[in-house]
Design a protein around this ligand. Structure first.
Ligand code: ADP
Ligand code: MG
Length: 697
């Protein structure tokens, strides 16, 4: 902590803390005294008052006190010791399944005791199982008045008891008033403007809330201490990303001119006109590319909104200016789809498109790498392989990342560095395959400018979604036969919980076989991730040509596949997938002019949460709404994918609970960058400390 003396920060300078306890504290991330102040409780317990036994209800966590009216052993399925406690209002039992002979004896002899625990329903009515208890001597029944605040319960580790942890935190708190123990970095004008507690009072409030504060104070957004700390933490994260962005965008980057020479003929052969939203997104990009500093832009748009065309325009502009473009996708199949698309789109243009993946054979690889190094290959499409060590670009001007929530923030940053060959700072365009909830975009992507494609190409009809239980599978199969006889095509998507391509492939194979038996007159084919690229391409081509009517697939078709005549999709066990993924899958239909239907064939029984999630799918086709719901139901880690959470794991803040702070955090960050640049580093140091290396890759 800045401003504090080293010595007074040593954990062992606290009373009762020796090397062994210090070691335990290290295990929970506490390395110095001030860390204790930022080691925040998980919840609170109220030990400030004694509740009347007659007033307790199920699930309450209570402190009770009374006369011991008897202890008995009970024998049943499990032996237990029962101790009856009475006050003027009622009777309750304390039940112990594990107890020593000595414990039994002291309870037998006890006259009065005070205990603390959760009220459960037991054999004798309300009971406390294994409460903490304290035997009282005569006359000791008054509650000591020291407990004027709620008792914090801290995250801890084995062998580190709450009571010891509380004692050391208390000592750290009592040092709060020593000058310089913890510096309030935020200027008064900021704390005043955003109605924030001072740092000291915030720390006090969070560790020792007043007795009349609600026990749920920590999980609510009304704890002013927590608000201040969460605000400061979010602010520090945002400052970190803004600083990174600032440094990156200060560098010189190749200045592009108009790409007309390539863009005009491209648009002429495209077969459709750009939507207004596509034009706006490209115009943002065009401005960035001409600015002479690296572009850092995120293009968001719902499934099927046409992000790929926008990426193609950006690529052409850069290629027309004499530089190279790399387009990276998270999966082989998506990368392949892009490759096929761009090859087709650019067929009549003087543009060479290359392909590189981890599976590219050595001989082909050599050719591609040579063409890249001498500048002959202008657009390279592939997976992570694009940024491996042996890959050198001649003049890389733009990196396009189709992200699909799979690249981590730090991975993205590392990549930017890697792309930084030959002293050129390439422009960067990130496309997300699924919309990102605003709150996540504001925190995880604060280093990027944002363009939103909020309009679908014309002629789409919204997909109708139905929830049908697997018990009615026969009806669904009949419906496929009917639809296909009527000239439509259908997808049957198999899902598995395991992320194993082999298992997925096996499950899909079994389904395809059984469907073929049920529908002997239908041409059915199978596609999955274990098939060779040529086989997959062949199946897709035949499906696209209408030769195959029913395509049984694993979730590989989640992205990239585009067959407008397919108007029916059955997703088996949809409860296994995230909403964003279901939305992606469903986006494969509804691309033509006929009404499309998506059947979510769920397994019974469905959990309450599962039901709720599938209902969201039935009720909405709006990717942004679905993403918000997904976040609400599953939390940010799940929605972004674990890799992406590098910068998203907060100590105190919670993106959902504290969502309302984000706008203020944003404006406070700009204010501080402008007017108080000197506190930026200390704030980042305080909150991101050792994690900072992610950002400075
Ligand atoms: P996504 O945003 O999901 O990546 P794509 O870029 O794959 O969407 O586009 C989805 C489909 O819509 C593609 O077949 C694409 O050719 C088509 N498309 C894109 N833009 C338009 C447009 N302006 N008008 C008509 N069709 C379009
Ligand atoms: Mg796409």
């Amino acid at each position: 902590m800045p401003g504090s003396t080293k010595q007074s920060q040593e954990l062992t300078s606290l009373t009762g803390v020796g090397p062994a306890l210090a070691q335990k504290l290290h295990q929970v991330g506490i390395n110095q005294v001030s860390d204790l102040l930022f080691h925040l409780p998980l919840r609170y317990e109220d030990r400030t008052r004694i509740q009347a036994i007659g007033s307790v209800s199920l699930g309450d966590v209570v402190q009770l006190q009374g006369e011991v009216v008897g202890t008995t052993m009970q024998f049943g399925r499990r032996r237990s010791l029962l101790c009856m406690l009475r006050d003027r209002t009622g009777l309750i039992s304390l039940r112990f399944f594990h107890f020593s002979a000595a414990q039994k004896r002291t309870l037998d002899e006890a006259k009065f005791l005070r205990c603390f625990g959760e009220v459960r329903r037991g054999r004798s009515g309300f009971e406390l199982y294994h409460p903490e208890y304290q035997i009282l001597k005569d006359g000791e029944q008054a509650l000591d008045t020291q407990q004027s605040h709620l008792t914090p319960v801290y995250p801890t580790t084995e062998g580190l008891q709450q009571t010891r942890l509380r004692k050391v935190v208390d000592q750290a708190l009592s040092r709060l008033d020593e000058s310089g123990s913890v510096v309030d970095l935020l200027p008064t004008e900021i704390t005043r403007r955003f109605e924030l507690e001072s740092l000291r009072s915030a720390i006090q409030l969070v560790h020792a809330p007043p007795a009349d504060a609600p026990l749920q104070w920590l999980s609510s957004d009304s704890n002013p201490g927590q608000k201040r700390l969460a605000f400061e933490e979010l602010l520090s994260h945002r400052l970190c990303m803004r600083m990174f962005r600032r440094e990156a965008t200060r560098l010189p980057a190749p200045q592009m001119h108009s790409g007309e020479a390539l863009i005009k003929p491209f648009l002429a052969t495209l077969g459709f006109t750009l939507t207004g939203a596509q034009q706006r997104a490209f115009s943002d990009i065009d401005t960035d590319l001409r600015a002479g500093h690296p572009m850092l832009r995120l293009v968001q748009g719902d499934v099927g909104s046409g992000k790929t065309v926008v990426a193609a325009l950006a690529a052409l502009q850069v290629i027309a200016s004499g530089l190279q473009v790399a387009l990276m996708a998270p999966t082989e199949i998506l990368a392949e789809q892009h490759y096929l698309n761009f090859q087709r789109w650019f067929a009549d243009l003087p543009v060479t498109v290359g392909w590189l993946s981890g599976k590219t054979k050595a001989a082909q690889r050599k050719v591609t790498l040579a063409a890249l190094a001498n500048g002959q290959c202008q657009l390279l499409i592939g997976t992570h392989a694009l940024f491996q060590d042996e890959v050198t670009y001649d003049k890389l001007g733009l990196v396009i990342i189709d992200e699909q929530h799979r690249f981590g923030v730090h991975q993205r940053l590392a990549l930017r560095d890697k792309a930084n060959q030959g002293n050129l700072n390439p422009h960067q365009l990130v496309m997300t395959a699924t919309p990102i909830p605003r709150t996540l975009a504001m925190s995880a992507y604060a280093d990027l400018d944002n363009s939103i494609i909020d309009e679908l190409p014309p002629g789409r009809t919204p997909v109708n979604t139905a929830l049908i239980s697997a018990e009615r599978r026969d009806e669904v199969v009949a419906r496929i036969a009917e639809a296909c006889q009527g000239g439509s095509q259908a997808y049957w998507v198999c899902t598995l919980i395991e992320d194993s391509e082999t298992l997925q492939a096996q499950a899909a194979e079994a389904t395809a076989t059984s469907l073929a038996e049920l529908l002997p007159n239908l041409s059915i084919a199978l596609i999955h991730g274990r098939m060779k690229p040529a086989e997959k391409a062949d199946v897709m081509a035949r499906f696209k040509a209408g030769e195959i009517k029913l395509l049984v697939a694993t979730t590989v078709i989640e992205v990239g596949v585009d067959v407008p005549n397919a108007s029916l999709m059955i997703i088996e066990n949809p409860e296994r997938l995230g909403l964003a993924q279901l939305h992606q899958l469903r986006g494969r239909i509804g691309r033509g002019s006929v009404k499309s239907h998506c059947i979510l064939l769920y397994q019974t029984p469905l959990s309450r949460l599962g039901k709720e999630r599938l209902k969201v799918m039935r009720e909405s086709t709006d990717g942004f709404y679905i993403a918000e719901k997904d976040l609400e139901l599953r939390g940010p880690g799940q929605v972004l994918g674990t890799q992406q959470t590098g910068l998203m794991t907060f100590r105190i803040a919670d993106i959902q609970r504290d969502a309302a702070l984000l706008d203020d955090v944003k404006s406070a960050a700009e204010d501080i960058l402008q007017n108080h640049p000197d506190i930026v580093d200390p704030l980042i140091e305080r909150w991101l400390g050792e994690r900072i290396h992610y950002v400075n890759v």
